[in-house]
Design a protein around this ligand. Structure first.
Ligand SMILES: [Zn+2]
Length: 249
């Protein structure tokens, strides 16, 4: 069911690898699409006894459990600022998948299934997912979302509402030379054509900046200047795949 007054894309669901990526990459879009859902894939907490990682120490945490509790709180505050709602999936961040304390790496198929179920449950008008430009978790999130898109598209009957699937540029990583072009070329080789999706909404830059500031522990680790890219214009890509049914324009 489509809702009025939710922004040009209608009801939006943003798929986020970590507890910050959706806001860093799509904060202005979220500010222009109230009542959005932000589903974070790697929001799970590793088993008790897991060793603290270098990144968590840089963020100021003494344990993985403490880190994940704080990150979820930061995410809740940031999304409240933007009028969005969090959904936290329990897959583990790769930094916790070193085999210690029984922590194992999630599989793309399992993530894809969870995303497809979530889309079926939430019925958004638009699903946004990362290009997955850098970091194994971002790449995994990207591949899982492509698989979910494909699975859902093959199940949709003609005339049945289906969300529009768009890719967003991963903030911070998109500044790294050649990664975006490499990803777009790779997608093209696998039959997915991407073209720039024009931003037709008026985002609230101040609201995005306030939301970004909520991720205090992450910002501490990125350091001064390490997240300047979040203030630059956001980038979106529409996708088309031969042989798949896709969202009505
Ligand atoms: Zn991330």
């Amino acid at each position: 069911m489509r809702s009025e007054g939710t922004g040009p894309l209608g009801r939006v669901m943003v798929i986020s690898p970590h507890l910050d990526d959706a806001v860093f990459s799509c904060g202005e879009l979220l500010s222009a699409h109230p009542h959005a859902t932000v589903a974070t894939i790697f929001a799970g907490t590793p088993p008790a006894g897991h060793t603290t990682t270098d990144w968590d120490r840089a963020c100021g945490f003494r344990s993985a459990c403490e880190a994940m509790v704080a990150r979820r709180n930061e995410d809740a505050s940031a999304l409240l600022t933007l009028g969005a709602r969090p959904v936290w999936l329990n897959f583990l961040d790769s930094q916790y998948c070193d085999g210690s304390a029984g922590a194992t790496a999630p599989q793309a198929d399992d993530i894809a299934e969870s995303i497809a179920l979530l889309v079926t449950r939430e019925q958004p008008d638009a699903v946004l997912f990362p290009l997955g430009l850098f970091h194994s978790d971002h790449d995994l999130a990207h591949r899982a979302c492509l698989a979910a898109w494909q699975a859902r598209s093959s199940q949709v009957l003609p005339g049945q509402p289906s969300p529009r699937w768009l890719a967003y540029e991963d903030a911070l990583y998109r500044r790294m030379d050649g990664l975006r072009e490499q990803r777009l070329a790779g997608m093209n080789e696998s039959g997915v054509r991407a073209s720039v999706y024009p931003v037709t909404w008026q985002g609230d830059r101040a609201a995005k900046a306030a939301a970004v500031a909520c991720y205090a522990s992450q910002l501490k680790a990125f350091g001064p200047g390490g997240y300047d890219d979040t203030a630059d214009p956001e980038g979106y890509w529409s996708l088309d795949r031969a042989g798949l049914l896709h969202a009505a324009a």
